[in-house]
Design a protein around this ligand. Structure first.
Ligand code: GLN
Length: 307
């Protein structure tokens, strides 16, 4: 299979499609990005890398970061995590508050905002916010072997200034004692990990341990157990695209995690990690062309979790 030709063809085909998606502007700094960026990187478990378009330009990874904070939090507290956050799809938008009252402040899953804020609170235990943010960044740098990965301070500030909903979610969960640190500390960790900037190449490389049974194929180091990698993939498949997770599974058939910066990380177990970036989003807040690109790649390669 000529992956390079395939992704070049996908980029070419999409350049002829109309794109009526909208860049996220509820975080003002995100609205400043050129909406027509488009990049794909495919990193395979044998160490090969294929790229097309803007695959080397860093962008705001936003909720894609939640895959990595979940991995760290499971490493920290193991299965105790599931007392504080569920693992069911929510069927609701990423920033929804509606289920939290009936479910006593336990978010449905680690990938909706409420769940990721609880994960940030777990990671904060025993640390100052700065050290906790540094640990997350360090994890991504170790995974990729790329120490240039950094937080975009303007995005972090912008989200801190306008994150009223996230503040509401955190305060509400605090009332159920499911946030155990000062809300501003927990949110500080959350906003900063969402503001990490990475390119498609860096993101695909970072995700490879999930395609390789928990072992980083570049370094040979085990990041998580095989079982844990399988479970993180399962959560990405069922919850990674919020209320469009079913549609993503139907159309792409791979574990995937999207972010409102327009990035998506998809995992092909046993084969590869794919990162795509296109900032214009569909109505569910997922990259419009990113999802389409993954659908085309899955169709042409036959890569699927479902046979
Ligand atoms: N930082 C964003 C927020 O909290 C993340 C949302 C996303 O990428 N879906 O709203």
């Amino acid at each position: 299979m000529d992956i390079q030709k395939l992704i070049d063809d996908v980029a070419q085909a999409l350049s002829r499609y109309p794109n009526d998606g909208k860049v996220a502007d509820y975080i003002p700094q995100l609205a400043r990005v050129d909406p027509d960026h488009f990049g794909i990187a495919v990193a395979d478990v044998d160490g090969r890398l294929f790229t097309t378009g803007d695959a080397e330009i860093p962008f705001s990874i936003q909720s894609v970061s939640k895959v990595f904070t979940l991995t760290l939090a499971l490493g920290r507290v193991g299965d105790h995590l599931w007392k504080r956050v569920g693992r069911e799809p929510s069927g609701s938008p990423f920033n929804s508050i509606v289920q939290l009252e009936a479910e006593h402040g336990i978010p449905r899953n680690p990938f909706i905002n409420a769940g990721a804020i609880v994960i940030a609170d777990v990671l904060l235990s025993g640390h100052q916010p700065k050290a906790c943010i540094a640990e997350i960044l360090h994890f991504l740098r170790e995974l990729t072997g790329d120490f240039s990965i950094a937080i975009d301070p303007a995005v972090a500030r912008s989200e801190q200034e306008t994150g009223f909903r996230n503040r509401a979610l955190a305060n509400y969960m605090q009332s159920f004692k499911n946030i155990t640190h000062p809300v501003e500390h927990t949110l500080g960790v959350y906003f900063h990990h969402c503001a990490i900037a990475m390119s498609c190449v860096q993101l695909a490389r970072a995700g490879l341990y999930l395609a390789n049974n928990g072992v980083n194929p570049t370094t040979g180091f085990r990041v998580v157990t095989r079982e844990r990698a399988r479970r993180i993939n399962a959560l990405m498949m069922t919850c990674g695209h919020y209320d469009a997770s079913g549609d993503f599974a139907f159309r792409v058939g791979l574990p995937g995690k999207s972010g409102v910066g327009g990035g998506i990380l998809a995992i092909v177990p046993g084969q590869a990690a794919i990162a795509v970036w296109s900032p214009r989003l569909n109505k569910n807040g997922n990259s419009l062309f990113g999802s389409l690109a993954l659908e085309m790649i899955a169709e042409k390669t036959g890569w699927s979790t479902f046979g």
